[in-house]
Design a protein around this ligand. Structure first.
Ligand code: SF4
Length: 388
C-alpha cells in the first residue's frame, strides 16, 4: 500500500492499485450523514455499498474486534467497515481530525485491525480541520478520478441541500412532537420527508426541499399553549447524532412532553467546516461556545468540551429549563466536561444530567433516569411560572 505525503503530513493512505472503475466505496454510519455522502459520491460516478444502520449485530461485531477500553463510536465504526467489506467494499472513507483524544487514532487502529483480519482495501482519510475543501476534493477525486467540475458542483449542492432539509425536518419534529394533537404526526411527517429527501436527485428538486419541509410540518395541528419545558441535548458528536447509540433520546423526551434542542447538527458542522472562513459571516456555534465558556475554560481541550460548557452557560442565561449531557463511556474530553458541569450547574442555576453510554447500557435504567430528570425540570418550570 502506497503512502502519499503532502508536506510533512500524511493526507491519505492511498492505494493506486485499485482501478477507479472497480472501486466500491463505504463510510461509517452516523445519523443522517449518509444522505449527503450518497448524493456526493453518486454524483461523481463512484459505486457505493452501505453497511446496515447501527444495530445490535454491529455493536457485537465492533466489541468483538476492538480492545476493551476503546470508545463506543470506534467499535461501531469498525463494525461498519467490516460489514461493508463483507458486502464487497474495497475503499473505505473516513473523516479525521487531530486533537487530544482517541479520534486522531481511529483510522490507524481500524486499518491495522482490518489488515490483521485479512481484508484488502484502500483507506482514504481526509482531515477536514487541516485544509477543509482542498482535503475533501482530493479525497473525492482519489476515489472517482472525476474531472467534470459540474458533477462536483451537483454533488456538493445536492449533498448540502439534503443535509439542510433533513436537519430542518428533525428540528421541526423536536418542536412539534411534545405539542402535537394527534400522537405520531411529527414522526410520520419526518419519515415521509426522509424518504423524499433520499429519493430526490435533481439539483432543482434538492434546492426546494427545505422550504417544502417547513410548509408540510406547519400543517400539523399542535397545542400552542401547552406548557412544554425546553431541554438542551449536548455532548459528544457521535452519540448525539447516532439514534441507535443514544437510544432515540429525542423521541423519549418528546413523548414525555419535552422540547429538545440538540446542539449539534451535521448541516451546521458542514457549513462551518467546509465553508471558507471569509464567507462565514455570522458568529459560529463554536465561537459562541468559546465566548460563553470563558469563565470555566480558557481554551478548547479536544472533542466537544468547549461546546458542552459554552452551550450549558448559554442555556442557563437564555431561559432553557435543563441540560442533558450524553457521552460514551471513557470519553476523555467529556469526562472533563462532566466534572466542570457540576460547577456550572450550581453557579448558573440550571439542572444538568449526564448520561454515560456503552454497550452495557440498558434501556430501562436509562429511561428511568430521563423520566426523573424530566419531572425535576417540569416542577422547576412550574415553580418559576408561579413566581412570575
Ligand atoms: S470524543 Fe470521546 S468518544 Fe469521541 S473519539 Fe474522543 S474520546 Fe472517543
Amino acid at each position: 500500500m502506497a503512502k502519499k505525503q503532502e508536506g510533512n503530513r500524511t493526507i491519505s493512505q492511498l492505494d493506486k492499485t485499485i482501478p477507479t472503475s472497480q472501486r466500491v466505496i463505504a463510510w461509517p454510519r452516523m445519523g443522517n450523514i449518509d444522505l449527503s455522502m450518497e448524493a456526493l459520491v453518486s454524483a461523481i460516478g463512484a459505486k457505493i455499498v452501505m453497511p446496515p444502520p447501527n444495530n445490535k449485530e454491529a455493536l457485537e461485531i465492533g466489541v468483538k474486534n476492538s480492545i476493551e477500553g476503546i470508545c463506543l463510536p470506534y467499535k461501531l465504526n469498525l463494525a461498519n467497515y467490516i460489514m461493508a467489506l463483507e458486502k464487497g467494499a474495497n475503499t473505505l472513507m473516513m473523516f479525521q481530525a487531530p486533537g487530544s483524544c482517541r479520534f486522531g487514532n481511529y483510522t490507524k487502529m481500524a486499518q491495522k485491525t482490518l489488515k490483521d483480519m485479512g481484508y484488502e482495501f484502500d483507506m482514504c482519510v481526509f482531515d477536514m480541520y487541516q485544509s477543509k475543501m482542498k482535503q475533501t476534493l482530493k479525497a473525492f477525486w482519489h476515489v472517482s478520478h472525476c474531472w467534470n467540475p459540474y458533477r462536483y458542483y451537483k454533488g456538493f449542492s445536492t449533498g448540502f441541500n439534503k443535509a439542510f432539509a433533513i436537519d430542518t425536518a428533525e428540528r421541526l419534529m423536536f418542536y412539534i412532537r411534545p405539542r402535537e394533537l394527534n400522537k405520531g404526526d411529527a414522526e410520520r411527517c419526518y419519515k415521509k420527508w426522509y424518504k423524499i429527501i433520499h429519493d430526490t436527485t435533481s439539483l432543482f428538486g434538492c434546492k426546494k426541499l427545505k422550504k417544502q419541509v417547513i410548509e408540510d410540518f406547519r400543517k400539523i395541528p399542535i397545542d400552542e399553549n401547552k406548557m412544554v419545558p425546553k431541554v438542551y441535548l449536548l455532548g459528544e458528536f457521535f452519540v448525539l447524532l447516532d439514534p441507535y447509540t443514544n437510544k432515540e433520546i429525542e423521541k423519549t423526551l418528546g413523548e414525555l412532553g419535552v422540547e429538545v434542542e440538540r446542539q449539534i447538527f451535521f448541516s451546521d458542522w458542514l457549513e462551518h467546516v467546509l465553508q471558507p472562513s471569509f464567507l462565514y459571516k455570522k458568529e459560529s456555534h463554536r465561537e459562541r461556545c468559546v465566548r460563553y465558556a470563558e469563565k470555566y475554560m480558557k481554551r478548547a481541550i479536544g472533542g466537544e468540551t468547549i461546546e458542552t460548557i459554552g452551550d450549558t452557560v448559554y442555556a442557563a442565561q437564555n431561559g432553557i429549563d435543563g441540560v442533558i449531557h450524553i457521552m460514551p463511556f471513557s470519553c476523555m474530553p467529556e469526562i472533563v466536561s462532566q466534572n466542570i458541569l457540576t460547577k456550572v450547574s450550581k453557579e448558573e442555576d440550571i439542572p444538568v444530567m449526564t448520561l454515560v453510554l456503552d454497550e452495557q447500557t440498558g434501556k430501562a435504567g436509562y429511561q428511568t433516569r430521563i423520566e426523573a430528570f424530566v419531572d425535576l425540570v417540569k416542577r422547576k418550570k412550574m415553580k418559576n411560572m408561579q413566581n412570575t
